[in-house]
Design a protein around this ligand. Sequence first.
Ligand code: HEC
Length: 203
Amino acid sequence: MLDLSKAVLRPLVAGLALATLALVAVHAEDAKTADPSLANQLNPNDKTAEPDPKLLAKDAAVKVEDGKYADAEGHPTFRITDAGKKVDWYTYSGYRRYHAECHVCHGPDGMGSTYAPGLKDSLKYLSYEEFVGIIAGGKQDVNASSQKVMPAFGDNKNVMCYVDDIYVYLKARAAGAWGRTRPGDKEDKPEAARKQEKECLGG
Ligand code: HEC
């Protein structure tokens, strides 16, 4: 009789082995220096930025697709050029969205307030998935001494359509790649950002 369980399992195991290999390959990539043309150029005179070499290495862009940069794990990341004066589009957009939707509780420039934590610190350890999950679902710390509520933004398109933008801006703040200043010079808005925005807001 045909042993079905084995017939089904074998390709699965092979697939798993391949997936493991792919993971190893990604880790080997980590060790290599990223494409020098994608490297961040920080502003040495910006005393409001506190560069964290470890995070800067981890968040380094290794890939770009239509103006959107990604780190070795494939998560969105920032890119600063022109000796620390120019940001990629998404970091700029994230700065604006953050200051429209989040700063009332989390303070200007992600610095925190008496009510809500400084996101420039939270983003040192929160993963991309955790970040998106908290924005969509909210978070509460309600006990006898405090009543702190992070609202769920899952239904708010002005936040959810720009969650990657806010993430990369706060990552740049957490790694100390960008200080407490408003971005001036920026990369042009990519066509992909226009398209994604239209689909997300309209749909
Ligand atoms: C009404 C006030 C308020 C607004 C607006 C708000 N938050 Fe929060 N947020 C909080 C509070 C309070 C907490 C802490 C909750 C807790 O301790 O469980 C929090 C926690 C978080 C955390 C988890 C931080 C950590 O260290 O665990 C993230 C991430 C976050 N907020 C992101 C955002 C973003 C991004 C926005 C804007 C889209 C935003 N928040 C808007 C009040 C707010």
